[in-house]
Design a protein around this ligand. Sequence first.
Ligand code: 13P
Length: 249
Amino acid sequence: MRKKLVAGNWKMHGSRAMARELVDAIVKDMPEGVDVLVCPPAVYIGELAARHAGTALGVGAQDCSEHAGQGAYTGDVSAQMLADVGATWVIVGHSERRQLHGEPDDMVGRKFAAALATGLTPIVCVGETREEHEAGRAHEVIERQLGAVLAINGIEAFHKGLIAYEPIWAIGTGLTASPDKAQKIHSFIRSQLAKEDANIARLTRVLYGGSVKPANAAELFAQPDVDGGLIGGAALAASDFLAICAAAR
Ligand code: 13P
Protein backbone atom coordinates (compact mmCIF):
# COMPACT_ATOMS: atom_id res chain seq x y z
CA MET A 1 0.00 0.00 0.00
CA ARG A 2 1.15 3.57 0.53
CA LYS A 3 4.44 3.82 2.41
CA LYS A 4 4.39 6.56 5.02
CA LEU A 5 6.64 9.56 4.51
CA VAL A 6 7.85 12.16 6.98
CA ALA A 7 9.37 15.33 5.57
CA GLY A 8 11.02 18.10 7.53
CA ASN A 9 10.55 21.59 6.13
CA TRP A 10 13.12 23.70 7.94
CA LYS A 11 11.89 26.95 6.37
CA MET A 12 14.51 29.73 6.81
CA HIS A 13 16.22 28.29 9.86
CA GLY A 14 19.62 27.00 10.85
CA SER A 15 23.20 27.41 9.82
CA ARG A 16 25.67 25.22 7.96
CA ALA A 17 26.94 23.72 11.23
CA MET A 18 23.45 23.16 12.61
CA ALA A 19 22.34 21.54 9.35
CA ARG A 20 25.23 19.11 9.45
CA GLU A 21 24.68 18.22 13.10
CA LEU A 22 20.92 17.84 12.78
CA VAL A 23 21.04 15.64 9.70
CA ASP A 24 23.86 13.49 11.09
CA ALA A 25 21.66 12.79 14.13
CA ILE A 26 18.62 12.03 11.95
CA VAL A 27 20.50 9.65 9.66
CA LYS A 28 22.04 7.81 12.61
CA ASP A 29 18.69 6.86 14.10
CA MET A 30 16.08 7.13 11.36
CA PRO A 31 13.69 4.18 11.36
CA GLU A 32 13.27 1.74 8.52
CA GLY A 33 9.92 1.25 6.85
CA VAL A 34 9.17 4.95 6.47
CA ASP A 35 10.51 7.42 3.91
CA VAL A 36 12.40 10.23 5.64
CA LEU A 37 13.11 13.49 3.91
CA VAL A 38 14.71 16.80 4.95
CA CYS A 39 14.13 20.07 3.12
CA PRO A 40 16.78 22.51 4.34
CA PRO A 41 17.36 26.00 2.96
CA ALA A 42 18.60 25.66 -0.65
CA VAL A 43 22.17 26.70 0.11
CA TYR A 44 22.69 23.66 2.34
CA ILE A 45 21.25 21.06 -0.01
CA GLY A 46 24.41 20.24 -1.94
CA GLU A 47 26.56 19.60 1.10
CA LEU A 48 23.91 17.52 2.89
CA ALA A 49 23.05 15.47 -0.17
CA ALA A 50 26.72 14.65 -0.75
CA ARG A 51 27.34 13.89 2.92
CA HIS A 52 24.48 11.39 3.07
CA ALA A 53 24.57 9.97 -0.45
CA GLY A 54 23.98 6.24 -0.32
CA THR A 55 21.78 6.44 2.78
CA ALA A 56 18.00 6.18 2.77
CA LEU A 57 17.63 9.89 3.60
CA GLY A 58 15.92 12.01 0.96
CA VAL A 59 16.99 15.61 0.50
CA GLY A 60 14.57 18.12 -0.96
CA ALA A 61 14.13 21.81 -1.59
CA GLN A 62 11.44 24.09 -0.21
CA ASP A 63 10.64 25.68 -3.56
CA CYS A 64 11.83 25.87 -7.17
CA SER A 65 11.47 28.24 -10.06
CA GLU A 66 8.64 27.71 -12.51
CA HIS A 67 11.23 28.36 -15.24
CA ALA A 68 13.36 25.56 -16.62
CA GLY A 69 17.14 25.52 -16.69
CA GLN A 70 18.68 28.97 -16.78
CA GLY A 71 17.61 32.52 -17.46
CA ALA A 72 17.32 36.09 -16.25
CA TYR A 73 15.42 35.29 -13.05
CA THR A 74 17.41 36.94 -10.27
CA GLY A 75 17.24 35.05 -7.01
CA ASP A 76 15.47 32.03 -8.44
CA VAL A 77 16.79 28.47 -8.37
CA SER A 78 15.66 26.07 -11.08
CA ALA A 79 14.62 22.47 -10.55
CA GLN A 80 17.60 21.41 -12.70
CA MET A 81 19.99 23.24 -10.37
CA LEU A 82 18.44 21.54 -7.35
CA ALA A 83 18.76 18.14 -9.01
CA ASP A 84 22.34 18.99 -10.00
CA VAL A 85 23.36 19.40 -6.35
CA GLY A 86 21.60 16.22 -5.26
CA ALA A 87 18.02 17.14 -4.35
CA THR A 88 15.45 14.56 -5.35
CA TRP A 89 12.33 16.20 -3.91
CA VAL A 90 10.82 19.67 -3.88
CA ILE A 91 7.94 21.32 -2.05
CA VAL A 92 5.82 23.62 -4.23
CA GLY A 93 2.96 25.91 -3.28
CA HIS A 94 3.72 26.08 0.43
CA SER A 95 1.26 28.54 1.97
CA GLU A 96 4.14 30.82 2.96
CA ARG A 97 5.14 31.07 -0.71
CA ARG A 98 1.52 31.60 -1.74
CA GLN A 99 0.89 34.27 0.93
CA LEU A 100 4.24 36.04 1.32
CA HIS A 101 5.30 35.87 -2.33
CA GLY A 102 1.89 36.07 -3.93
CA GLU A 103 2.28 32.80 -5.82
CA PRO A 104 -0.96 32.07 -7.67
CA ASP A 105 -2.42 28.61 -8.22
CA ASP A 106 -1.29 28.39 -11.84
CA MET A 107 2.31 29.24 -10.94
CA VAL A 108 2.25 26.43 -8.39
CA GLY A 109 1.01 24.14 -11.14
CA ARG A 110 3.91 25.23 -13.37
CA LYS A 111 6.43 24.68 -10.56
CA PHE A 112 5.02 21.17 -10.13
CA ALA A 113 5.57 20.65 -13.89
CA ALA A 114 9.12 22.05 -13.73
CA ALA A 115 9.97 19.64 -10.92
CA LEU A 116 8.57 16.62 -12.75
CA ALA A 117 10.34 17.55 -15.98
CA THR A 118 13.65 17.40 -14.10
CA GLY A 119 12.95 14.14 -12.31
CA LEU A 120 12.36 15.73 -8.90
CA THR A 121 9.39 14.47 -6.91
CA PRO A 122 7.10 17.43 -6.17
CA ILE A 123 5.04 17.75 -3.01
CA VAL A 124 2.28 20.28 -3.59
CA CYS A 125 0.81 21.98 -0.54
CA VAL A 126 -2.86 22.86 -0.32
CA GLY A 127 -4.91 24.24 2.53
CA GLU A 128 -7.28 26.92 3.67
CA THR A 129 -6.80 30.04 5.80
CA ARG A 130 -8.47 30.49 9.15
CA GLU A 131 -11.15 32.71 7.59
CA GLU A 132 -11.85 30.18 4.86
CA HIS A 133 -11.91 27.43 7.47
CA GLU A 134 -14.41 29.28 9.63
CA ALA A 135 -16.56 30.08 6.61
CA GLY A 136 -16.73 26.37 5.75
CA ARG A 137 -14.85 26.91 2.49
CA ALA A 138 -11.98 24.41 2.93
CA HIS A 139 -13.21 22.02 0.23
CA GLU A 140 -13.74 24.81 -2.27
CA VAL A 141 -10.22 26.21 -1.71
CA ILE A 142 -8.53 22.82 -1.92
CA GLU A 143 -10.48 21.89 -5.05
CA ARG A 144 -9.31 25.12 -6.70
CA GLN A 145 -5.65 24.69 -5.66
CA LEU A 146 -5.54 21.05 -6.69
CA GLY A 147 -7.53 21.79 -9.85
CA ALA A 148 -4.81 24.16 -11.07
CA VAL A 149 -2.14 21.47 -10.63
CA LEU A 150 -4.31 18.91 -12.41
CA ALA A 151 -5.18 21.31 -15.25
CA ILE A 152 -1.52 21.90 -16.02
CA ASN A 153 -0.08 18.46 -15.26
CA GLY A 154 -2.90 15.97 -15.67
CA ILE A 155 -3.72 13.17 -13.25
CA GLU A 156 -0.79 11.08 -14.53
CA ALA A 157 1.54 13.51 -12.75
CA PHE A 158 0.42 11.96 -9.47
CA HIS A 159 2.08 8.71 -10.41
CA LYS A 160 5.06 10.57 -8.97
CA GLY A 161 3.87 13.71 -7.18
CA LEU A 162 2.48 13.96 -3.65
CA ILE A 163 0.08 16.27 -1.88
CA ALA A 164 0.42 17.85 1.56
CA TYR A 165 -2.67 19.18 3.29
CA GLU A 166 -1.55 22.08 5.42
CA PRO A 167 -4.39 24.07 6.96
CA ILE A 168 -2.86 27.53 7.32
CA TRP A 169 -4.53 28.07 10.69
CA ALA A 170 -2.56 25.09 12.03
CA ILE A 171 0.91 26.08 10.77
CA GLY A 172 3.20 27.20 13.58
CA THR A 173 0.22 27.92 15.81
CA GLY A 174 0.15 24.85 18.01
CA LEU A 175 -3.37 24.23 16.71
CA THR A 176 -3.67 20.94 14.88
CA ALA A 177 -6.52 19.64 12.80
CA SER A 178 -8.08 16.88 14.88
CA PRO A 179 -7.29 13.44 13.46
CA ASP A 180 -10.93 13.12 12.46
CA LYS A 181 -10.96 16.49 10.70
CA ALA A 182 -7.67 15.74 8.94
CA GLN A 183 -9.00 12.37 7.80
CA LYS A 184 -12.14 13.99 6.34
CA ILE A 185 -10.09 16.49 4.31
CA HIS A 186 -7.59 13.86 3.19
CA SER A 187 -10.43 11.67 2.06
CA PHE A 188 -11.88 14.65 0.17
CA ILE A 189 -8.50 15.23 -1.53
CA ARG A 190 -8.37 11.60 -2.56
CA SER A 191 -11.90 11.83 -3.91
CA GLN A 192 -10.82 14.77 -6.09
CA LEU A 193 -8.08 12.61 -7.62
CA ALA A 194 -10.47 9.67 -7.94
CA LYS A 195 -12.73 11.73 -10.19
CA GLU A 196 -9.87 11.50 -12.71
CA ASP A 197 -8.35 8.10 -11.93
CA ALA A 198 -9.35 5.82 -9.07
CA ASN A 199 -6.13 3.84 -9.14
CA ILE A 200 -3.86 6.87 -8.99
CA ALA A 201 -6.06 8.27 -6.20
CA ARG A 202 -5.56 5.08 -4.23
CA LEU A 203 -1.76 5.18 -4.62
CA THR A 204 -1.04 8.90 -4.12
CA ARG A 205 0.40 9.84 -0.76
CA VAL A 206 -1.32 12.70 1.05
CA LEU A 207 0.69 14.17 3.94
CA TYR A 208 -0.63 16.27 6.79
CA GLY A 209 1.20 19.40 7.98
CA GLY A 210 0.44 21.91 10.71
CA SER A 211 1.79 21.67 14.27
CA VAL A 212 2.64 17.97 14.06
CA LYS A 213 4.53 17.06 17.24
CA PRO A 214 5.69 13.79 18.82
CA ALA A 215 2.58 13.90 21.04
CA ASN A 216 0.00 14.04 18.24
CA ALA A 217 1.79 12.34 15.32
CA ALA A 218 0.74 8.74 15.97
CA GLU A 219 -2.95 9.57 16.13
CA LEU A 220 -2.81 11.64 12.94
CA PHE A 221 -0.81 9.00 11.06
CA ALA A 222 -3.24 6.29 12.17
CA GLN A 223 -5.95 7.83 9.98
CA PRO A 224 -6.51 5.75 6.85
CA ASP A 225 -5.90 8.60 4.41
CA VAL A 226 -3.03 10.32 6.26
CA ASP A 227 0.17 9.01 4.71
CA GLY A 228 2.68 10.87 6.85
CA GLY A 229 3.57 14.43 7.66
CA LEU A 230 5.20 17.64 6.55
CA ILE A 231 6.85 18.93 9.68
CA GLY A 232 7.96 22.50 10.38
CA GLY A 233 9.04 23.49 13.90
CA ALA A 234 9.46 19.94 15.19
CA ALA A 235 11.82 19.13 12.30
CA LEU A 236 14.47 21.38 13.83
CA ALA A 237 15.17 19.08 16.79
CA ALA A 238 16.49 15.63 15.91
CA SER A 239 14.78 13.93 18.85
CA ASP A 240 11.35 15.37 18.00
CA PHE A 241 11.70 14.68 14.30
CA LEU A 242 12.86 11.11 14.92
CA ALA A 243 9.97 10.52 17.32
CA ILE A 244 7.57 11.69 14.60
CA CYS A 245 9.29 9.40 12.06
CA ALA A 246 8.94 6.49 14.51
CA ALA A 247 5.23 7.28 14.90
CA ALA A 248 4.83 6.80 11.15
CA ARG A 249 6.16 3.25 11.11
P1 13P B 1 4.69 23.59 11.76
O1 13P B 1 4.94 22.11 11.92
O2 13P B 1 5.76 24.43 12.42
O3 13P B 1 3.30 23.98 12.12
O4 13P B 1 4.86 23.90 10.18
C1 13P B 1 4.14 23.16 9.26
C2 13P B 1 4.63 23.49 7.89
O5 13P B 1 4.36 24.55 7.37
C3 13P B 1 5.47 22.50 7.21
O6 13P B 1 5.59 22.81 5.86
